[in-house]
Design a protein around this ligand. Structure first.
Ligand SMILES: NC(=O)c1ccc[n+]([C@@H]2O[C@H](COP(=O)([O-])OP(=O)(O)OC[C@H]3O[C@@H](n4cnc5c(N)ncnc54)[C@H](O)[C@@H]3O)[C@@H](O)[C@H]2O)c1
Length: 329
């Protein structure tokens, strides 16, 4: 059984606690949050106990792994402290706000020999897993073009509005990094990348990025600056030499030359102690199940490594740099 200490009892902390509650080989031992009332109501719902401090959590020999669900500006400090205490680390994305901090996290994990994984959940999202298998398997020929889209209203729910502070969230890259990361995971480094966009007081609000892979072009659109009430959308459109895969409105359709179109049915995720479909937990379930299984089986995670998370941060920061330099001209 992998014993988890979770820090940050907010939106993602809740999502992760939800998953631990249905994983057979993980249990939530305790939590810490700088707001004691949030931690108290969290354990009432999800179990475990509240630590008096983060240091107390790190000193607890009953904990195997720390799950960092804090504002991004706190990721490096808390993750590095967990590595130094010999705890495995699950850290939400983006890994950090700067490459310097990401490098320190990579080094801390390496030096202490713990397993570290950043929450690039789209790599585990069922429909995006299908896309990866179509690209890797080559059944419809080479990929010619790919659009990755993610947009919605600004996440106004964050505690004390931390996401509105560019020094804590880094602007809209917070959300857009999902697609930057997925493009790099799917296709590796592009030959070149050009980013345009706009910004407001919260940082870059909307990204329009083109990655050139020579025989294939990838377009990414990411925006968190739509008005409140506007719907959240995540979509992709992949065109292959002999087919296409289109994911929109929660449905993945595959069109293969010479065959009739078919809808890919999302995988039912069975979990002990529950009945029914856990698909609302989407890739979060797959992501945490994978990391916990790596710890239980003493295997280094391969689907998301600290180094590849650092690369995704490097690319998204380059997008931000290009957008800001164009806007100031
Ligand atoms: N993977 C995804 O799809 C996804 C989605 C949303 C958010 N995120 C990421 O998850 C992380 C957390 O975001 P959220 O939406 O859960 O935020 P949130 O505001 O809902 O929750 C943050 C929690 O951390 C606590 N906190 C803040 N600073 C603290 C500190 N220094 N010490 C202890 N507790 C502290 C707050 O009191 C709050 O309970 C961010 O990095 C965000 O980018 C990922």
């Amino acid at each position: 059984m992998v014993k988890v200490g979770l820090v940050g009892c907010g939106f993602m902390g809740t999502m992760h606690a939800n998953v631990y509650s249905v994983l057979d080989d993980a249990s939530l031992v305790g939590v810490w949050d700088e707001k004691p009332d949030r931690a108290a109501s969290f354990v009432e719902k999800w179990g475990g106990h509240v630590y008096a401090s983060y240091d107390e959590m790190l000193a607890d020999t009953a904990i195997d792994m720390v799950d960092v669900c804090l504002p991004t500006s706190a990721h490096a400090e808390f993750s590095i402290a967990a590595c130094n205490a010999g705890k495995h680390v699950m850290c939400e994305k983006p890994m950090a706000l700067t490459i310097e901090d990401a490098d320190k996290m990579v080094a801390a994990a390496k030096h202490s020999g713990v397993k570290m994984m950043v929450g690039h959940c789209i790599r585990f999202w069922p429909e995006y897993e299908v896309l990866k298998s179509l690209v890797d398997g080559g059944s419809m020929g080479p990929l010619l073009s790919l659009n990755l889209t993610r947009y919605g209203a600004f996440p106004a729910y964050t505690v004390d509005q931390w996401a509105a502070d560019p020094a804590m969230a880094g602007g809209g890259m917070d959300m857009h990094i999902h697609d930057t990361d997925f493009a790099l995971y799917l296709l590796g480094e592009p030959k070149s990348m050009v980013a345009h966009g706009n910004r407001d007081a919260r940082g870059v609000g909307h990204f329009f990025t083109t990655m050139d892979y020579g025989s294939c072009v990838v377009q990414l659109e990411g925006g968190w600056n739509l008005p409140q009430g506007a719907p959240f959308r995540m979509e992709f459109r992949a065109v292959f030499e002999r087919g296409a895969a289109i994911y929109r409105d929660g449905e993945l359709w595959i069109y293969e030359e010479g065959k009739s179109a078919h809808k890919h049915e999302a995988k039912q995720m069975e979990a002990s102690g529950t009945t029914g479909n856990l698909s609302s937990l989407g890739g979060y379930y797959n992501e945490l199940a994978y990391f916990v299984s790596c710890i239980a089986g003493d295997k280094m995670p391969e689907i998301v490594t600290p180094e590849s998370s650092r690369e995704s941060l490097r690319y998204v920061l380059e997008e931000v740099r290009q957008i800001e330099s164009r806007l100031t001209k």
